[in-house]
Design a protein around this ligand. Structure first.
Ligand SMILES: Cc1ncc(COP(=O)(O)O)c(C=O)c1O
Length: 397
């Protein structure tokens, strides 16, 4: 590691809360799908800033829009109307199912899920939630109550209200758990942090039918899967399921912190002034950024690109799995949310580390799943270069 990295690290050790397990890397600059560290080393970012920079780092149109808005109006109280907020809400109305046309904006995915849970409680008068094992919904107290990974949740259990947890993808378990006491089940259409788990065909529609039968609500957490990531605006479109509430975040702002919960008319009408909000809820700067991200995705046809590119990456990785049955078990995902499943977590960790040393940033989740979720406009040659290195590393593992 270079001197500047050591200097940055020493500052962190002195003044920053120790609650982050950092990579030995200090980034300074990004452009498209490349980022540079404080020593000037270049990396290809297959994490897109953790599923966020869907149109790449520092996209010129986004930079321009943020800069224009920053010099026009950055912040107001949420008790006034702003055009930026309503422009974004109108745009989101066009990409969600017909029944879902009302939005509320917040600053992070966890807050969007908080809003969704509160909304389901308001709409039903019920207090029980159902969630799935291995899910991830954020780290506020409410969101952790539905977070299906014990490692994040357990130590907080005295101060959170835990959901009823069921196996993901198992419709029978959903049928048994969702009854007349349940306000909502919260589901990711594909589990991201949990290891890129794709549910069986018919699962999401089946859960929706169970919910309808007992008056419970279906919340789809599209914070990671939405905004084109899986090759459709929303991952729900792969199945056609129509949820009652949708949450969005990550890619929505392309790097500016904004998230949303959206619901159908009946449910959104159950919310009362003061039920949910925040100083930055729907801040004009964030809303303008999000509207620009949606526009660039549309203008550049990036969602279809994610579908096409995702298919070719998956085909290439399927070959890799076939050629390396000792180390690899499977490849799964949709669009540009792809998980390569290793047989062994130590080998996965070594490959992950070697790739970073060679200038490729990728995520290792669920211990042995290499998650590839780049910008939807990553240049093909950069992706090809990164996958070539991944192939080398696995062949020599
Ligand atoms: C599916 C899902 N929901 C919620 C969250 C939480 O979002 P945030 O970190 O913005 O609070 C995440 C973050 O990884 C996520 O992947």
């Amino acid at each position: 590691m270079g001197q500047e990295y050591e200097r940055v690290k020493a500052i962190e050790q002195r003044v920053f809360a120790p609650g982050v397990r950092r990579w030995p890397l200090a980034l300074e600059r990004g452009s498209g799908s490349r980022v540079w560290d404080v020593e000037g080393n270049e990396f290809i970012d297959l994490t897109a800033g953790w599923g966020v920079t869907v149109i790449g780092h520092c996209h010129p149109e986004l930079v321009q829009a943020i800069s224009d808005q920053a010099s026009t109006l950055m912040q107001t109280t949420n008790v006034v109307y702003t055009r930026a907020q309503l422009d974004l809400a109108e745009h989101l109305d066009r990409i969600t199912p017909d029944s879902i046309h009302r939005s509320f904006f917040v600053s992070s995915g966890a807050e969007a899920n908080e809003g969704a849970l509160k909304l389901a409680h308001r709409a039903t008068g019920r207090s029980q939630f159902v969630a799935t094992n291995n899910s991830f919904h954020g780290r506020t107290l409410g969101a952790m109550g539905v977070l299906g990974q014990a490692k994040y949740r357990e130590r907080w259990s005295p101060i959170i209200r835990e959901a009823r947890f069921i196996p993901y993808g198992n419709l029978e378990a959903a049928g048994n758990a969702i009854d007349e006491t349940v306000a909502a089940i919260i589901l990711e259409p594909i589990q991201g942090e949990g290891g890129v788990n794709v549910p069986p065909d018919g699962y999401l529609e089946g859960v929706a039918a169970v919910c309808r039968a007992v008056g419970a609500k279906l919340i789809l957490d599209e914070i990671q899967t939405g905004i084109g990531r899986t090759g459709r605006w929303l991952a729900r479109e792969h199945s056609g399921v129509v949820p009652d509430i949708i949450t969005l975040g990550k890619g929505l702002g392309g790097g500016i912190p904004i998230a949303a919960f959206m619901a159908n008319e009946e449910i959104m009408q159950s919310i009362e002034p003061g039920d949910h909000g925040g100083t930055y809820a729907g801040n004009p700067l964030c809303c303008r950024a999000a509207a620009t991200v949606l526009k660039v995705l549309e203008d550049d046809n990036l969602i279809q690109r994610a579908a096409d590119l995702g298919e070719s990456v998956m085909a290439r990785l399927h070959n890799l799995v076939e050629q390396n049955p000792d180390h690899l078990e499977a490849v799964r995902g949709k669009g540009l949310l792809i998980g390569l499943v290793f047989s062994n977590s130590a080998v996965a960790a070594n490959v992950h580390l070697s790739l970073r040393e060679r200038g490729i940033l990728v995520n290792l989740t669920a211990e042995r799943v290499l998650r590839i979720f780049p910008a939807l406009n990553i240049p093909e040659d950069e992706l090809d270069q990164a996958l070539g290195m991944l192939e080398d590393e696995i062949q020599s593992a």
